[in-house]
Design a protein around this ligand. Sequence first.
Ligand SMILES: Nc1ncnc2c1ncn2[C@@H]1O[C@H](COP(=O)(O)OP(=O)(O)OP(=O)(O)O)[C@@H](O)[C@H]1O
Length: 275
Amino acid sequence: MTNLADSPMTSDSSPVTEQPALKMEGVSVYYGSTPAVREVFLDIPTKQITAFIGPSGCGKSTVLRCFNRTNDLIPGAKVKGNVFFRGVNLYSKKVDPVEVRRRIGMVFQKPNPFPKSIYENIAFGARINGFQGNMDQLVEGSLRKAAIWDEVKDKLKDSGLSLSGGQQQRLCIARAIAIQPEVILMDEPCSALDPISTLRIEELMQELKEQYTIVIVTHNMQQASRVSDKTAFFNAEATDQGGKLGYLVEFNDTVTIFTNPKQDYTRDYVSGRFG
Ligand SMILES: Nc1ncnc2c1ncn2[C@@H]1O[C@H](COP(=O)(O)OP(=O)(O)OP(=O)(O)O)[C@@H](O)[C@H]1O
């Protein structure tokens, strides 16, 4: 089994920030025989925030799921091309998808805490992953990193489901952090939250990027321009079969995408002319 920790990026002589954490080379995704996304080439920078934007159905979530092999869990989904994490091809037969999902965590649109105590929401996954250290410390550290410790420290035995939506989402981020991933994928993490909870998550993302590489799918262009360093704009084109096929139009620094994009489609989208 290929060890995902074995990679040139662990060398002290090469600063991690200079190499992409994740790399896509010619990735196409199919659901059954229907193509959903074609030929994506993309480098995700280490310890930065990359946003995926684009109209509904252009394949943002589909592409995001390729980074931790969660498309494998969808019957009929097929990924072609290569996805590299720290130089290791994640789709190689030697790579264990469970290990991939441990190293590359995911937070979903709707907060989905386990129906267990706040403490167990953090401890459960760590225990399953064979964590041998001090569990109390791990729980506190993860909740602190997710900026929710002060709100829950006196009620760790209460159910995770008793928290507000915004708190539940930070609990889910803490749960992802507890597994000690290197990358956190976020699929519209704020779309079910009110503006104040959204702001908390956005602030939290800025803190987390000191330690983690973050990729976020968002429908909210203001959010992408506020939080991200890089932005990938996806669009979809009509197919001969009457469907839609997603593709990457443009990928650049967020400020360039929003102020001086190279493609007319991008300019029209970010200025609200379609989508
Ligand atoms: N589980 C699935 N089974 C079959 N087709 C799917 C599945 N998930 C996505 N698709 C199709 O793949 C295409 C891309 O969908 P995807 O959800 O990735 O786009 P998106 O840009 O994230 O959309 P949205 O912004 O609406 O969430 C769409 O045509 C969608 O119908």
